[in-house]
Design a protein around this ligand. Structure first.
Ligand SMILES: [Zn+2]
Length: 486
């Protein structure tokens, strides 16, 4: 499994984490979001905090969480997240220059790297089942993003990295207001830094000497000005000069500005200013390109893992509720497909039955309104006002097989064959119960009269509108039939 590393140290540290730590299970307090509903989990961890500094850790986490939800697009999609705070005390409250087992993650600053070149943390993977949140499933941490707050490093920024299937952010508590949203841009969106060379690090960057991505697609920096190869070309207006001059008049323009991914030349970024351009530039909001990528990854479950490892098994759209379980048989009841709430445009499923789109626009579908047996589909499209690139609109289709019970078949479900024969004249195929009246689009109730019964069915008159709902009389009570007049 290839390791994908985001080098993002704003000052950085070198950390090594051994798997020999004695910590087993530990408390993980639920801080925000809805549990167990397909949310994107973020778990905060303490490094070099002991019981006497626990309140300091608690307030650091609280401030980080508050700030996280102030930054767009985390703000608009806050209901997609579930946040947790782990507590594991260390035996000392500082990180030294040599490995030590006195802190939870055994991180250290090697003295030979004075200002830090990068980091190589080894966080326990999900294969170490002894490292787990107490009272939660053993795989709870598997897809969670870990944020490790390191005590007492005033100059330290942070680093968003991935290792194995863990997505990890390691950061000092100083500068938390902007470092946390920035580092989560690395860990969550796979975004790279949009700043150029730093004194502390020449940095290998994410491209090889020929300008090819070394670890997989890079969403927000390119090593070529070929417009067709710019991942964010959907955002570039034809009138925008490429490369784009680094001048204030282009502050709000998406183009190709030189400098990014730790290089001052030969790399281009989408915007003049962006959260991913970093601290020296005041941590402005995420540019539209970075925001688009983050929304895509927020909407799509497992997007990070599939990008890192080419896996496609975690590619569903995140849902708040899906019931019953897709790919099962259903006979009756309701099918519910609900997205988490968003502050932008709400998302709803589009329903399809045997390939035909249904007029239903709600999150719930009553199976008894369907005609006969067949395949029910909920078509999910992860649209967002923040997404312009058509390749970044996540799509998914959920399916159920509907098998009508015999009672259902006898009562309703056979009126989708009603055909228009002339003005206010319709032919209903032979069936157990005849439609008695129809409701027109404006809610008006129109009685249906039997004109004649033939071998082909029953001739009815009365209704007039295509698509009118039919109501049956069966067993003395009226029931809405499936289908309508065509
Ligand atoms: Zn950006």
């Amino acid at each position: 499994m290839a390791m994908f590393r985001q080098i993002a140290g704003l000052a950085g540290i070198l950390a090594a984490v051994s798997s020999s730590n004695a910590a087993t299970s530990f408390p993980c307090d639920h801080l925000a979001g809805v549990e167990g509903r397909g949310r994107l989990s973020i778990v905060f961890f303490p490094e070099a905090f002991d019981d006497s500094t626990r309140l300091d850790y608690d307030s650091t986490v609280a401030r980080g969480v508050a700030r996280f939800f102030e930054v767009s697009p985390y703000r608009e999609y806050r209901d997609y997240f579930a946040l947790y705070k782990a507590w594991i005390p260390s035996k000392k409250t500082y990180v030294g220059n040599t490995p030590s087992d006195s802190t939870v993650f055994q991180s250290y600053f090697p003295s030979e790297v004075p200002a830090m070149a990068g980091m190589e943390p080894w966080v326990r993977t999900q294969t170490d089942s002894t490292f787990r949140c107490r009272d939660r499933p053993s795989d709870f941490l598997k897809e969670a993003i870990s944020v490790i707050f390191v005590n007492r490093f005033g100059s330290m920024g942070g680093s968003g990295i991935t290792n194995g299937s863990r997505l990890t952010v390691l950061m000092g508590k100083t500068g938390i207001d902007n470092v946390l949203p920035h580092e989560l841009g690395h860990a969550l969106g796979g975004l790279v830094d949009e700043y150029g060379q730093r004194g502390w690090s020449p940095g290998a960057g994410h491209f090889d000497s020929l300008g090819r991505p070394r670890f997989g697609p890079v969403p927000n920096v390119v090593a070529s000005l070929d417009l067709q190869k710019i991942p964010w070309k959907a955002w570039i207006e034809p009138t925008t000069p490429i490369p784009t001059p680094d001048q204030p008049e282009f502050d709000t323009v998406i183009g190709a500005f030189e400098g990014g991914d730790l290089r001052n030349t030969g790399r281009w970024r989408p915007a003049r200013r962006c959260m991913m351009r970093g601290e020296s530039f005041g941590f402005p909001p995420f540019c539209k390109v970075c925001r688009e990528r983050l929304v895509y990854d927020i909407l799509r479950q497992g997007a990070q893992l599939s990008r890192l490892y080419g896996e496609t098994r975690f590619t569903r759209l995140r849902l708040d509720t899906v019931s019953p379980v897709p790919d099962t048989d259903i006979e009756s009841g309701r099918v519910v497909v609900r997205f988490p709430r968003v502050d932008t445009s709400p998302l709803h499923p589009r329903w399809r039955y045997n390939g035909i789109e249904l007029p239903n626009r709600s999150d719930t579908l009553d199976v008894s309104t369907l005609s006969g047996s067949g395949v029910l589909e909920a078509v999910l499209v992860g649209e967002s006002p923040f997404i312009r690139n058509p390749d970044l609109i996540p799509r998914d289709t959920l399916r159920w097989t509907v098998r009508m019970s015999s009672a259902t078949r006898n009562g309703i479900g056979r009126h989708d064959g009603i055909r228009r024969m002339g003005p206010s004249l319709f032919m209903a195929p032979p069936c157990a119960a005849l439609p008695r009246w129809a409701r027109s689009a404006n809610g008006k109730r129109v009685p249906l009269q039997v004109v004649a019964t033939t071998a082909n069915g029953t001739l009815l008159s009365g209704a007039s509108m295509v698509g009118e709902a039919l109501f049956l009389e069966a067993g003395g009570s009226e029931t809405k039939a499936t289908g309508g007049i065509r």
